[in-house]
Design a protein around this ligand. Structure first.
Ligand SMILES: [Zn+2]
Length: 261
């Protein structure tokens, strides 16, 4: 991380040291800056408990899409990740869970074959091992460079959610900034409980596309987590500082049957 950044909320200069202590939440205005997947894992799960799985999965370039291979290589270089989702197992409040965390810095968190596969494996693992599933969303949507293969991840991830449902394991999704398009339209929206970080952008089409589509006047805040919450689409807005405790409580309560109450 750079030594300082300018707050997207209030414009103040924030130093690395103060941001680290607050997991990148502005101490002046409460703006939640984006976390990387690694930071999110550290901020959420019991210290040192995360074990990454499926780390070897790597996107190919199935369509030979112009510049896709270069973009993948650049994203790997920039983030140190192999795709936009990091998945594995972890402990939360002393209970074992299956987790998947998106990283917006990797090609906008877009969902191609690998991201979709990691989500599905996380959900299936949760169903098989009878643990709660927790998924942090951060994505602009499907990865257009993989065309139809990317769109196939929508029903595929939904089928993964169904596995959890059949096994009676809770699946909790957390919308972070942004949770959009193909991700919103698939596994994100069908969780048993949906939480969101304050002021996360949540929507299907972006504001510009919505305007071009001529849908008429829309409220200024219509793609904010708070708007979606007000209209019943999100169960609760949870500030980052409280996220760990809220998730742990949900896992304990919803998973009482799995974990021996
Ligand atoms: Zn601020």
């Amino acid at each position: 991380m750079a030594e300082f950044l300018k707050c997207s909320g209030c414009g103040r200069v924030l130093f690395h040291t103060e941001l680290q202590q607050s997991w990148k939440v502005c101490g002046h205005c409460g703006w939640h800056h984006r976390l990387s997947a690694r930071e999110r894992i550290e901020a959420t799960f019991d210290p040192g408990s995360f074990e990454e799985l499926d780390a070897e999965l790597r996107s190919t370039d199935p369509l030979g899409f112009p510049e896709y291979a270069d973009k993948l290589a650049a994203a790997e270089q920039k983030t140190g990740l192999r795709d936009a989702v990091v998945s594995g197992t972890a402990m939360l409040g002393g209970l074992p869970v299956c987790a998947a965390v998106s990283d917006f810095a990797f090609m906008g968190g877009s969902m191609g074959s690998v991201a979709g596969e990691k989500i599905v494996r996380t959900l299936e693992r949760a169903a098989e091992t009878r643990r709660a599933a927790i998924v942090f969303c951060a994505s602009g949507g499907a990865r257009m460079q993989e065309g139809m293969l990317s769109l196939m991840q929508l029903p595929k991830t939904i089928a993964g959610v169904q596995r959890c449902r059949e096994a009676g394991v809770p699946y909790i999704a957390v919308f972070t900034d942004p949770t959009m398009a193909g991700v919103l339209a698939s596994y994100a929206s069908v969780a048993d409980v949906i939480l969101a970080e304050p002021r996360a952008m949540v929507g299907f089409a972006g504001a510009r596309v919505s305007k071009q589509a001529g849908v008429g006047k829309v409220p200024d805040d219509f793609q904010m987590a708070e708007f979606a919450h007000k209209h019943g689409f999100i169960d609760r807005i949870v500030p980052r500082a409280e996220m760990r405790d809220v998730l742990a409580a949900l896992v304990r309560i919803l998973g009482a049957r799995l974990y021996g109450g």
